[in-house]
Design a protein. Sequence first.
Length: 466
Amino acid sequence: MSSLLSGREILVVDDEPLLRRQLARFLEKEGASVTSASTFEEGKNLFLDMSFDFAMCDVHLGDGLGLDLLEFASGVTVVIMTADGGWEVAVEAMKRGAADYVAKPFELQEIPLILARCEGAKRSDRSRQHRLKQENGGEGKDIFFGESLAGMKAQLDRVLAADRRLEGRLPPVLIGGETGTGKSTIAKWLHAKGPRKDKELVVVNCAALPENLAESELFGHEKGAFTDAKEARMGLFEAADGGTLFLDEIASLSLPLQAKVLVAVEEGKIRKVGGSREVEVDTRLIAAANLDLKELAAEGKFREDLYHRLNLLEVRIPPLRDRRADLPALVEYLLEGRAGRYRLDGPSVSKKGMRQLLGYDWPGNIRELSHELERAIILGDPDGLEFPALAGVSGAAMGNEEFGGATGEDWLDPVWEFPLEGFDLEEAIDRLVNKAIDQAGGNVSKAARFLGVQRDYIRYRQKKKK
């Protein structure tokens, strides 16, 4: 049984009784529900009163032209049938909204292939409209991982390897991380590197969906399902059939809507708003959240069953403040992208500017860093970018520019270099000891714990200075 036609509603309008019966029997064997009409008037009334997925209409009917029925077939995929043939009929049919046309006589086995082609074109158009509306781009672009994300990159590579071994129904992926860490970039990269790279990628910001329209947007609706539903519409789950659907900020969806998402993931079926039948979809779901879904599930604010289903393959992106060792290389990577846009030849960050970047905690993560770099390129000196707006707002634990102002395991400023005249190591050790004592409020034992040494060592350093 064809997965495309199973459960679909199809209207056949033709004044030849034999062809109507043959088409109806064949399509019903394929799992479709078929309604027949023999006149223009009957077809018109059926289009106005009922919802259909497909319609097959003859050009010449006893009381009118089948092409004129296209005026009443809004939202329906219509294939025109004609015994006349000729490019004139085909061109006119397409101009007036037909999805395709077929010349009589035809083999019944051709019909599922024609309808599948029409459905694919409609799905691509729905996805393309959504992408233009959301202004999403950059799918397939290589991204900067850095040494600190080597483990995450290896995890993503294993997911891709498993995807290539599967023929369909790819498992969902959950991407976690703070706002601005690059969750959507990872989702696009995962799609572009996977076996569905030539299929549709549909990106949805769930937080931006109006609550009263979210279900219709994701799952589609039938004609007349609600006041403004003047025509049937395909949802984004169906638009991404065969490809990937990325739901960003999935925690923004209501609990009832989360239940429908779970059914779509587990069973590969959706039901449109106002619809009475299920539609099969093979959509790879990638979800992202900047909140802890496990905690939300424990609080009853996120469906626990959906969380466990999404948690099968979870990827977490660490915040930028925990990746300071990668920051100089990341800055260089981002500047390369901005250089072409602003027609600059290799903008660079000064040593002072790099200290300012390393000394900041980046609550907005990579998105904030990217904006700061772009602002500096526009307003500053591209040959030595600096970031005075970041001065004095560092949340670094050391809080002292002489030590680079960086937090984490590696507190040393990566851009610091030994002076050509030499370096006084003993003086540097004394400064570290004094810093520890000051931070410990004069408590030698506590200062020793800061430095990972014995109390006697600190007393030795103090005595030696005297």
